[in-house]
Design a protein around this ligand. Structure first.
Ligand code: NAD
Length: 477
């Protein structure tokens, strides 16, 4: 039932010209389940030509027509959610319920951007001189090069495709080679909905080869990337050199702050669910657990018990609540973070080991009293590890929360309105969620500050990143 994945260029699915393919593995078994076509420069040239043609056609299609087509793509995702969820779990490892949620969420995102695309209103600016009209038009920026990762094969791609399509741009998406088939289903949704040839193109390949070819190319006018900060800086540098607009959604290292006065049971329940969702391979996952001294032992005990109750196994088995990590690299990386933290004096409360000798499983892990020198307190772990430390005062915890160059998401639990308000103001982060997990909805901004990126992938601001503002001033004769 797992399909091989072809390239989608100029409205047609097909192999790469060289016939190159790469194996796709099931992370629950480590075995090959299919193949993905690998593009070379000849395929990229075809995609560029198609995107140029697609842009010329699509940018002239009225926003209302674009909206109607997009709504059909959203319906495709909903109608096929069960089938797509199976595909995603086979290639990515997450529990099938999470895969289904991601697929349905894509429907919501497409709907929202479709609606907002109808509202890319211009403005009239009062002139200083009688008889002069000053108008601002919003125009699509042009063909977009997009790069998306394997942790949310649909969710990272749908925000980019939806913004491009809603604003009248065309797009070449380099999807995730490890998890290609569910991302291809998203592209199929747009194709079946009636998006003209060349508007949405999908390629896979060697990431650096594709980005180094597409980003400097004169046809491409915008670059958007989701992935690590290191790669994001590389691509942003290349885009800057060639004067391309960018949206960068990069790594995070979210502080999760729990004050003495918080509802501890609620904090444990929500933070544990979000720590171990997608086996922790989430850019906005809570990472540095900073717990106020009086409730530290109580929080650690309750969080550890909740962690021990997680059922790890093949995501296709509905009884499992955490699946395999997406690939072998992550298991090695997670093992490195845990060993380093223990070597530096952290206490292991639970987990800390690989599971079995088949697939890429790692135990959900809780480390406490983790010193600031441990790598996990400084680098994005991107895995199922919660690292905890006690704190004493508000100022101390804010300074720790802001210590790193990351600034994507932050979480806090407190029953004091005054503390909540002060946190909202003082935390250096693109998103701050207090007393609940309320981020990543289509209509709200989604993005980071500092090294976590540039621009938003949610809310109306996401669309503006795909639009040029053109000023036209006209004197009556
Ligand atoms: P990686 O840094 O090599 O790759 C991360 C992503 O960037 C992948 O999708 C990859 O295809 C892409 N990529 C890498 N080099 C590229 C290039 N030169 N041009 C274009 N795309 C390129 O490593 P990885 O092992 O896949 O992931 C490791 C780290 O990446 C994680 O620890 C995490 O910090 C980060 N990451 C973040 C997100 C996110 O949602 N922000 C998603 C996936 C990975």
């Amino acid at each position: 039932m797992y399909p091989n994945t072809d390239l989608f260029i100029d409205g047609a699915w097909g192999a790469s010209q060289s016939g190159r393919t790469l194996a796709v593995l099931n992370p629950a078994t480590g075995e090959e389940v299919g193949k993905v076509a690998h593009a070379d420069t000849k395929d990229l040239d075809r995609a560029l030509k198609a995107a140029q043609k697609g842009f010329q056609v699509w940018s002239k299609v009225p926003a209302f027509e674009r909206y109607k087509i997009m709504r059909k793509a959203a319906d495709y995702m909903r109608a096929n959610a069960d089938r797509i969820a199976q595909i995603m779990t086979i290639e990515q490892g997450k529990p099938v319920a999470e895969s289904k949620m991601e697929t349905l969420a894509a429907g919501d995102l497409i709907d929202w951007f479709a609606e907002e695309g109808r509202r890319t209103y211009g403005v009239t600016i009062p002139a200083r001189v009688d008889g002069v009209q000053q108008l601002v038009f919003k125009e699509p920026v042009g063909p977009v090069a997009a790069f998306t990762p394997w942790n949310f094969p649909i969710n990272q791609a749908v925000r980019k495709i939806s913004c491009a399509v809603a604003t009248g741009c065309s797009i070449i998406l380099k999807g995730p080679e490890e998890t290609p088939a569910s991302c291809a289903e998203l592209v199929k949704a747009f194709a079946e909905a009636g998006v003209p040839e060349g508007v949405v193109n999908l390629v896979y390949g060697v990431p650096s080869e594709v980005s180094e070819y597409l980003i400097p190319h004169p046809i491409i006018r915008k670059v958007t990337f989701t992935g690590s900060t290191a790669v994001g800086k590389l691509l942003a540098g290349l885009a800057g050199k060639h004067m391309k607009r960018i949206t960068m959604e990069l790594g995070g290292h979210a502080p999760a702050i729990v004050f003495d006065d918080a509802d501890i049971d609620t904090a444990v329940k929500i933070l544990a669910a979000n720590k171990f969702r997608n086996a922790g391979q989430v850019c906005v996952a809570p990472t540095r657990f900073l717990i106020q001294e009086k409730v530290y032992d109580q929080f650690v005990e309750k969080f550890t018990n909740t962690t021990k109750a997680i059922k790890v196994g093949d995501g296709l088995d509905k009884g499992n609540t955490m699946g395999a990590l997406a690939h072998a690299r992550r298991v090695d990386a997670v093992e490195g973070f845990v060993n380093d933290a223990i070597d530096k004096g952290s206490k292991l409360q639970t987990g800390g080991k690989r599971i079995g000798n088949k697939g890429f499983f790692y135990e959900p892990t809780v480390l406490t009293d983790v010193p600031l020198e441990a790598r996990i307190m400084n680098e994005e772990p991107f895995g199922p590890i919660a690292a905890m430390r006690p704190f004493a005062t508000f100022d101390e915890v804010v300074s720790e929360a802001n210590r790193l160059d990351y600034g994507l998401a932050a979480y806090a639990y407190t029953s004091s309105a005054k503390t909540a308000e002060a946190l909202g103001a003082k935390i250096e982060s693109g998103m701050v969620s207090i007393n609940h997990h309320g981020i990543a909805l289509p209509e709200v901004p989604f993005g980071g500050v500092k090294d976590s990126g540039m621009g938003s992938e949610g809310g109306y601001n996401a669309l503006e990143a795909y639009l040029n503002f053109k000023f036209v001033t006209q004197a009556s004769l």
